[in-house]
Design a protein around this ligand. Structure first.
Ligand SMILES: Nc1ncnc2c1ncn2[C@@H]1O[C@H](COP(=O)(O)OP(=O)(O)OP(=O)(O)O)[C@@H](O)[C@H]1O
Length: 235
């Protein structure tokens, strides 16, 4: 079963007189449970593709279907609702709120998006903090954590609402090589433990090799085989 389908998806941005094609006629399918990489050089369209899957942007033409729902025409409110219920996000800059503790950062989506009562929030937060090995750091603030620890908290926050799909835009870009590998291993373990599909973007060959399916983008187009720079496998 596919959790993501793109049918002939194009996205262009107008910059004054000029039209920039961020994605051109991309068709792809990602099956449920995949650990999928979007790979390509800077400006190839990876973030645009993740934004379309995440209902953060709409395609210019074509159809995007996520978890059985055609999301290409959802308005802002319905898009936000869909996002809150079905998706989790991990960002390269971690995007933790500095004034909240680790526990509160992970709790935040349950409180703000799901409006979940406190008695249910605590066990949900404890479960994911335990899973990412950060339960003993719950009272710390983000500034007191290393980069790898921050990304573990961000992964816990992405998973706390039991999403079907986690989208991660260059999740290891701000981490050293060894920490990046540990964060990827953690995401893979979370995929096994929670049954969540992961789609991440990267241009690091060591990171793309972790994927079980890899999509190569170049100038907004999906390539049908790895380009010279790619060392990952093609599905
Ligand atoms: N909001 C926007 N307005 C205008 N052009 C945009 C916008 N967002 C993206 N683009 C353009 O679309 C193309 C694809 O950008 P995108 O951010 O998807 O690439 P990327 O592969 O994620 O790059 P990076 O690895 O640098 O993040 C680029 O040419 C970019 O300049």
């Amino acid at each position: 079963m596919n959790i993501v389908s793109f049918e002939q998806v194009s996205k262009s941005y107008r910059m004054g007189e000029v039209e920039v094609a961020a994605l051109s006629q991309v068709s792809l399918r990602i099956s449920k449970g995949a650990f999928a990489a979007l790979v390509g050089p800077s400006g190839s369209g990876k973030t645009t593709a993740l934004n379309l899957i995440g209902c953060l942007d709409l395609p210019t033409t074509g159809e995007v279907i996520v978890a059985g729902q055609p999301v290409s025409r959802l308005d802002r409110r319905r898009g936000a609702q869909f996002r809150g219920n079905k998706l989790g996000f991990v960002f390269q800059d971690f995007s933790l709120l500095p004034v909240l503790t680790v526990f509160e950062n992970v709790e935040y989506p349950l409180l703000m998006i799901r409006d979940m009562p406190k008695a249910q929030r605590r066990p949900a937060v404890e479960r994911v903090l335990e899973a990412v090995g950060m339960a003993d750091q719950a009272r710390k603030y983000p500034a007191q954590l290393s980069g790898g620890q921050k990304q573990r908290v961000a992964i816990a926050r992405a998973l706390v609402g039991n999403p079907e799909l986690v989208l991660a835009d260059e999740p290891t870009a701000n981490l050293d090589g060894a920490t990046a590998q540990r964060v990827m291993a953690l995401m893979k373990r979370m995929r096994e433990e929670f049954g969540t599909t992961f789609v991440f973007s990267t241009h690091d060959p060591r990171i793309m090799d972790q994927a079980d399916v890899t999509f190569y983008l170049e100038d907004g187009r999906l390539l049908d085989k790895p380009p010279a720079y790619g060392e990952g496998r093609h599905a």
